[in-house]
Design a protein around this ligand. Structure first.
Ligand code: SER
Length: 595
């Protein structure tokens, strides 16, 4: 059977949509910019939210790209044949241009025509939205698939749970979708097995979302000002559909798994088949992309840093099962960098940092384990002589306070003739998970994706702050990241030391003066070259491609940015810095409010 490579699919996809007059837009960072609705970029549409809501996109109404994404929904499930925490999403968009007819026809053409992927029609299955009290049944998509010659038996209507996409946070653009599945050839798990079943017979490869609604904070669906199409197809999964096997059989994992095999003492194991190998490969691939991002995320106990820490520690834990020595995960990461640097050059640029952080985290984890072992001994001593069961609360404390994985507690317990009350442990774990999920939802509620007045004002304030920092601290200051909620802005920038109190107050004075001057905010579109010539700042150039939007605030600041912004700085009120701290090595973080 002909085997396709990842490079081939990336370029075929882009070429196909270029032939349908789409402009290729470069892909954005895995750490969302100005978007507090999620920790990571989970879909290609996320950086496009302003344009789905009606802002004109500088590249026009038809755009296409390959977007690196991270989904951390349930990392405990990684290791099966088709789920990855990091993946690449092939996506095409209509920003208020074409709608269902073209979108469905082009998907069909790309998948089935001889010139493109040439997948046999009999292997493709489709789902469409069944309708509910909010939005009607999608008869149009159903008929469009039939018109193309799809057998009615291959199309099923599904509920909102299956055939509705978005919003990413609690509010934002969303809509009914039609999903495309490939029949993997496995047996049906039951009589009623269909594409909505997750037994593995049907693999979802492509999702076409008809984004014409906005879900507001009351939970209502209101029509957007324009009808959009947002599609997403998983690169790894398309390769599975074409080549057979699992995501771990694709060229994307080949060298990574080979490296793990080389470092491990499990020479008889087939790396693509082993759950331990798969987990290490998946987690280190994801960790490498997070660490390789210029935003400077490092392992920590909050937000993205926490997810990163979990991924690295879980990979280390599994690498120990394969007797991989200390320093091994950094070597595995080198294999990831080699594989991906031609497409994602920042991995190579940040190679030293990636390796250093992985090694550092491995050392820290080692220390944690040693402390945890001491605590484990104490737990055993505390137990009543008659019992051989370690209670769930103690096991959970080992996990929560000492970062001790439950599997390790169980193993140690077995060695000493004990067992762990796993049910009670799981209850505690669930309780904790629910609490932290609520916390996270609270934290990420609202924000720029909502385009509220507050977030728009804070966004403009961010530009003023950026310029003021450069005036006070020098031109070496560059934006490293930004995150805005309805209450405050957070701005990360390159600078090597703590700011002096007089520097902070000077920055505040400059920003407040710019507000008092009631400067006009204007935006123009130009090429990236022109923007640079005009001295526009803005670090995140690669996201924008050729034509960019430049926001000028009077003569004060000029920055490449997607918007939105206020019209006059006088709308901002009073600017106050509430915190200045270190974010990571060489990066400072400022939190500020408008009163
Ligand atoms: N946003 C949709 C998804 O993630 C289509 O790209 O499935």
């Amino acid at each position: 059977m002909r085997q396709y490579t990842s490079e081939e699919i990336r370029s075929k996809y882009l070429d196909f949509f270029k032939s349908k007059n789409h402009q290729v837009i470069p892909n954005a960072s895995v750490i969302p910019e100005n978007d507090p609705t999620s920790l990571f970029t989970t879909a290609g549409m996320q950086p496009l939210v302003p344009y789905l809501l009606g802002e004109p996109h500088p590249q026009g109404k038809r755009v296409v790209n390959v977007q690196r994404c991270i989904r951390t929904g349930d990392i405990e499930e990684i290791g099966d044949d088709t789920h990855c925490t990091f993946f690449e999403m092939l996506g095409n968009w209509s920003l208020g241009d074409y709608f269902k007819k073209e979108s469905i026809r082009w998907s069909w053409e790309f998948l089935t025509s001889e010139e493109w992927l040439h997948i046999p029609k009999e292997r493709l299955f489709f789902t469409v939205f069944a309708g509910d009290q909010d939005v009607q049944r999608d008869e149009e998509s159903y008929s469009l698939w039939l018109d193309l010659g799809v057998d009615a038996e291959h199309i099923s209507f599904q509920s909102k749970e299956h055939n509705w996409w978005g919003p990413v946070g609690s509010t934002g653009p969303c809509g009914p979708d039609t999903e495309i599945f490939i029949d993997t050839g496995k047996e049906k798990c039951s009589e009623s097995c269909d594409p909505s079943c997750d037994c593995g017979k049907y693999l979802e490869i492509w999702n076409n979302v008809f984004m014409e609604y906005y879900k507001n904070d009351k939970g209502e669906f209101t029509p957007l000002s324009q009808k959009n199409v947002d599609t997403g197809m998983g690169l790894e999964r398309v390769l599975v559909a074409l080549n057979g096997g699992t995501v771990y059989n694709t060229d994307l994992f080949e060298e990574i798994l080979k490296k793990i095999h080389e470092l491990s003492d499990q020479k008889d194991v087939k790396p693509t088949e082993s759950k331990d190998f798969r987990i290490i490969a998946d987690h280190i691939r994801t960790a490498t992309f997070i660490l390789g991002d210029p935003k400077g995320i490092t392992p920590s106990n909050v937000d993205q840093g926490y997810v990163l820490r979990r991924l690295i520690r879980r990979a280390i834990r599994y690498s120990k099962l394969l007797n991989i020595e200390e320093g091994g995960i950094a070597q595995i990461s080198q294999a990831v960098i080699e594989k991906y640097s031609s497409v994602y050059p920042e991995l190579n640029e940040n190679r030293d940092k990636i390796i250093q952080e992985l090694n550092l985290e491995e050392q820290k984890f080692g220390k944690t384990i040693r402390q945890g072992l001491k605590e484990f001994e104490k737990v055993i001593k505390r137990l009543d002589e008659k019992t051989t069961v370690i209670d769930g609360a103690s096991a959970f404390k080992l996990y929560d306070t000492y970062g001790f994985p439950i599997e390790l507690t169980q193993e140690l317990a077995t060695e000493k003739g004990f067992t762990v009350d796993i049910n009670e442990y799981q209850e505690r774990f669930e309780e904790h998970r629910k609490k932290s999920q609520k916390g996270a939802e609270q934290k990420f509620k609202g924000g720029l994706a909502d385009h509220t007045e507050e977030t728009t004002r804070l966004h403009t304030a961010t530009h003023l702050l950026h310029e003021a920092l450069r005036r006070v601290l020098g031109d070496s200051v560059e934006q490293r990241g930004s995150n805005i909620t309805s209450k405050r802005l957070r701005f990360d920038f390159s600078f090597g030391r703590k700011l002096l109190p007089e520097e902070i107050s000077e920055v505040e004075t400059i920003v407040n003066q710019a507000i008092k001057d009631d400067l006009t905010v204007v935006n123009q579109e130009m090429t990236l070259e022109e923007a640079k010539q005009q001295g526009a700042i803005g670090l995140f150039e690669s996201k924008y491609g050729e034509i960019v939007k430049v926001y000028s605030i009077g003569e004060f600041s000029k920055e490449v940015c997607g918007g939105p912004h206020v019209k006059h700085t006088g709308e901002l009120g009073t600017f106050k810095i509430t915190k200045e701290e270190s974010s990571s090595s060489g990066v400072r973080r400022i939190k500020a409010v408008l009163k």
